[in-house]
Design a protein around this ligand. Structure first.
Ligand code: ADP
Length: 462
């Protein structure tokens, strides 16, 4: 099959979150399975000639290569994309995001013809690429070149939909007939993700449980009704983990490499982490790690409530993250109150993240909702046992054999699960068994890519 993957961020070129990890890894896994794949994204300021080998195609199109020969095309437009941020700056979202990403979508469709790439499948990600099926079905499909193309839309988080004021609709170049309950209208505004859901042939999200959850009021963020209507073409496929990046056997950021067969070496990473974080060196004290955006979605409301009790449970807590200033402050206060218990690192720091995954005993991820989640998959790989809230992708990847789940989203629910985990931690044989199970889990991209190929085949057959 000929596949074109379209997204607003792709590793290694630009990243704000898990979306970039997925779009950087899935195309390579698809290609490995024998599919023909290209990727198209905007060319932001960070995609420089000095950092990457860029080849020119035309005045406003260039490309680079990932893997051996997979082309990533860049749509250039200096007034829209040559900025420091991808979607916004310290003042919030850019005011012209609708113009920026509608431009990206139309230009990407034109590009397919210019480079003579008659894709069987357009695989779109999130609201930024959601206008592609809208334009395709309402404008482009009438032209022969585009008439057989099918669209698969992946939703990475229903919390982000691309919602704009009604007045902006005119900028899309679409008929006003499409501004209505059966089109892009959403409570009087324009909703780009809604357009993608209506006009795509298949829709998927990044875990089976989240695919069900988004059809409910609590997780659908207003789109649950529409998603229920489209449930026949809605499914969930777990994200994979890039095991070439996350592998304790060869990880260059950690002090001691180890595997499921040399688990006893993991303790050197714990010692190193305690030392770096200024925590008392003691291998018998359980170390809890957190690597996360500091946001309510990630469970920081419940964690903040539980913090003072948690700090008296005979453990150490290493936190790495940035985000909501409210949580910066709460965690700062707690770390000052409990020195020697909390190590707080308010920054984005990839090497330290690796050290935390490798050196902790327990990985805390009490997300209120979690479409898929990467943190728990990484920690499994490093024999660090996840303690998670039973939701979304956490529910699909963590079970009693490889971690701890709690299903009552509250301070008490979290503390009860932690109490249990600490009890098991004291039983060395049981803990070693958990670690081995965790490290032997396989969430590689090859499995997920196979599922995407089946989904594409279904879309093509429609
Ligand atoms: P998100 O909803 O933020 O995409 P995921 O769990 O899917 O959450 O992915 C988050 C990714 O970002 C993981 O690879 C995690 O290790 C990384 N990460 C998050 N915060 C930080 C940080 N402060 N420093 C380094 N890496 C981070």
């Amino acid at each position: 099959m000929k596949i074109a993957v379209l997204a607003s961020e792709v590793l290694p070129f630009a990243k704000t979150g898990g979306l970039a990890d997925v779009v950087g890894a899935l195309p390579l896994a698809l290609q490995y399975c024998g599919q023909e794949v290209i990727v198209i994204m905007p060319r932001y300021k960070c995609v420089t000639d000095s950092k990457f080998k860029i080849n020119r195609v035309s005045e406003d199109i260039s490309f680079s290569v990932i893997g051996k020969d997979l082309k990533v095309y860049f749509i250039e437009n200096s007034s829209y994309f040559a900025r420091d941020g991808l979607y916004g700056d310290k003042n919030g979202d850019y005011k012209d995001n609708l113009e920026r990403f509608s431009f990206f979508c139309r230009r990407a469709l034109d590009l397919l013809k210019e480079i003579n790439y008659p894709a069987d499948i357009l695989h779109l990600h999130d609201w930024q690429a959601s206008l592609i099926p809208v334009y395709l079905k309402n404008i482009y499909a009438a032209k022969g070149f585009y008439s057989r193309m099918k669209c698969v839309l992946t939703i990475h988080n229903t919390g982000y939909q691309g919602i704009f004021e009604k007045e902006k609709f005119a900028k899309l170049g679409l008929s006003w007939d499409l501004f209505g309950i059966n089109g892009l209208e959403f409570y009087g505004k324009v909703n780009l993700l809604k357009g993608g859901i209506i006009f795509s042939d298949f829709i998927n999200t990044v875990s089976p449980t989240y695919a069900k959850e988004i059809q409910t009021k609590d997780f659908g963020f207003g789109l649950d009704g529409l998603l229920r209507e489209r449930k026949e073409v809605l499914s969930g496929i777990l994200n994979g983990l890039d095991y070439s990046v996350w592998d304790p056997m060869v990880d260059k950021f950690i002090i001691q490499n180890f595997s499921a067969e040399t688990l006893e070496s993991k303790v050197f990473n714990k010692e190193d982490l305690q030392k770096r974080c200024g925590l008392p060196l003691n291998k018998d004290i359980p170390v809890l790690g957190i690597v996360s955006r500091l946001a309510e979605q990630k469970g920081f409301d419940v964690l903040a409530e539980a913090l003072s009790k948690l700090c008296k449970m005979g453990l150490q807590l290493v936190i790495l993250g940035t985000g909501d200033l409210k949580y910066h402050q709460i965690l700062k206060n707690a770390s000052e109150k409990y020195p020697g218990v909390i190590s707080l690192n308010l920054k984005f720091d990839d090497p330290l993240a690796h050290k935390i995954y490798a050196g902790s005993d327990i990985f805390l991820m009490p997300s209120k909702y979690e479409p898929c989640g990467l943190g728990q998959l990484i920690s499994l790989r490093y024999g660090t046992i996840p303690l998670v809230f039973k939701t979304g992708g956490l529910n699909d990847t963590i079970n009693a054999k490889n971690g701890f789940l709690f299903s009552d989203y509250s301070k008490d629910g979290l503390l009860r699960a932690l109490d249990h985990a600490l009890l098991v931690f004291k039983n060395k044989a049981k803990w070693a068994c958990l670690m081995t199970n965790a490290m032997n889990c396989n969430f590689s991209w090859s499995i997920s890519a196979g599922k995407y190929i089946k989904l594409y085949a279904k879309a093509r057959a429609r």
